[in-house]
Design a protein around this ligand. Structure first.
Ligand code: ARG
Length: 460
């Protein structure tokens, strides 16, 4: 059996099942690059403060680099008895360079070490996720531009409400993703504080220079309080909450894509590469990708709830419970990145059935509000106008005709304020073009929104 670095006060070996039960190396080895990065910075600081000699530091740094190369190359034996990524690396280092390796852990604990590793890792992952969001956003901008004039029904309660443009609809998704990106940037800013130096919980007796280590690792500053530094997982909760909101957005988006690509809607077609067939029904082309993304939102909401529950009963400072933060975080990051990647590619290949969308927009009396607004412009109070149009809609429903299909005389029976110019405002094009203000659905406004979004991105 491997001798454990902490075995001094023990008389009996760890129970074999407990050894496997408590080990985290199977998943936390994923952090090895960050663990080594943190150790190199720690050793460099120790040498600068005269706590290690320059020779010891050089041996440690080059030894850690060798270990990193071996892990990179798949030439490393991970050991369960050595529990976690930290002790696996430290023990490999000592095997490699001897005595100096045993000094690396001076003034440090695995408690501040793991808190540092996870922050370093998540900091990088947030950058990659933000790039993924931006790639999807770029695709949406192109799609919105291409379909800036494409008419479709806008819905409330999933009932036809007013005509909108497809470009405007795509820009709604763009805005949600913009907020997601900002939330993640904010999360990154708040997590960029260094736990190292907190040691186990109370700090350390060596004359360490935390500011220097923080600078080496690109942290904004050392954490203010050692107890908080080792026990705080707010950053993990915050990240998972941001991820849950982002997945909620993608899930809603998915729901629309699934509806729109059904035969009953027929608004869009997803390209074959993002759909699958049925093993029994030869005609089927199923929107599996959006369905799976919608489904994946569930596990990420679950991770948020899991992490909140993990933290809620913990007294200060570090508790082994915290080891349970890794797998949900890893799973959240992997599924988020995968969902963003597949979405950016899928949205780049969406085709619109403009005729179907236009026909659907013409149904359901979608320009009824335009008629009411027209009456208001002719001097009628909005409430009276609403009532007049409601009666015209009732006639249309009885007759199976749209408002634009009623004759002028039929319309004038409801209000003599209605004149021949009414038919221009009852068109779909007229309806969307009239909503011509910031945030409105008019094609000109959609193009302006796209231009502003591009400008914002260029200046980031
Ligand atoms: N595997 C542990 C974790 O994930 C590392 C820190 C362990 N510290 C300890 N004293 N057991 O949190």
């Amino acid at each position: 059996t491997t001798t454990k670095p902490w075995a001094g006060r023990f008389n009996a070996p760890t129970d074999a099942f407990v050894e496997a039960f408590t080990a985290s190396v199977d998943f936390d080895r994923r952090l090895y690059r960050y663990d080594i990065q943190g150790s190199i910075a720690h050793a460099t600081m120790l040498a600068r403060q005269g706590i290690l000699t320059q020779d010891e530091c050089e041996a440690i740094v080059s030894g850690l680099e060798t270990v990193r190369t071996r892990i990179d190359d798949g030439d490393f034996q991970w050991s369960i008895p050595l529990e976690d990524v930290h002790m696996n690396i430290e023990s490999a280092l000592t095997a490699l360079i001897g005595e100096a390796g045993k000094k690396l852990h001076t003034g440090r604990s695995r408690n501040d070490q793991i808190a540092t590793d996870v922050r370093l890792w998540l900091r990088d992952e947030i950058e990659l996720i933000r790039e993924g969001i931006e790639r999807l956003q770029a695709t949406l901008l192109e799609l919105a531009e291409r379909e800036a004039e494409t008419l479709m029904p806008g819905f409330t309660h999933l009932q036809v409400a007013q005509p909108v443009t497809f470009g405007h609809h795509m820009m709604a998704w763009f805005e949600m993703l913009e907020r997601d990106c900002e939330r993640l940037a904010d999360c990154r800013r708040r997590l960029n504080v260094m736990p190292l130096g907190a040691a186990a919980l109370a700090g350390t007796t060596y004359p360490i220079d935390r500011q220097y280590t923080a600078t080496l690792l690109g942290f904004e500053r050392p954490a203010e309080n050692s107890l908080d530094a080792v026990s705080d997982r707010d950053f993990a909760l915050e990240f998972t909450a941001d991820a849950a909101i982002l997945m909620m957005h993608l899930s809603r988006f998915s729901e629309e894509l699934i509806l729109w690509s059904s035969a009953q809607f027929g608004f869009i077609e997803l390209s074959d590469g993002f759909c699958t067939g049925s093993s029994i029904m030869p005609q089927k082309k199923n929107p599996d990708v959006p369905e799976l993304v919608r489904g994946k939102s569930g596990r990420i909401f679950g991770h948020l709830m899991g992490l909140l529950t993990l933290m809620k009963g913990q007294p200060l400072a570090y508790n082994k419970d915290n080891q349970e933060d890794k797998e949900p975080l890893f799973d959240t990051v992997d599924n988020l990145k995968g969902s963003l990647k597949v979405y950016a590619e899928m949205m780049g290949e969406v085709t619109c059935n403009r005729a179907r969308m236009r026909a659907a927009a013409a149904q359901g009396f979608s320009t009824a509000t335009d008629l009411a607004d027209y009456l208001v412009r002719k001097g009628i109070a909005f409430r009276d106008a609403h009532e007049i149009v409601g009666k015209a809609v009732a006639l249309g429903l009885r007759e199976g005709r749209d408002l634009a299909e009623l004759t002028l005389d039929e319309l004038r029976a409801f209000s003599t304020a209605i004149e021949a110019d009414v038919f221009a405002i009852l068109t779909l094009e007229g309806s969307v073009a009239a909503r011509d203000h910031i945030g409105g659905t008019a094609p000109a406004q959609v193009r302006a929104a796209i231009a502003r979004a591009r400008h914002r991105r260029a200046n980031r």
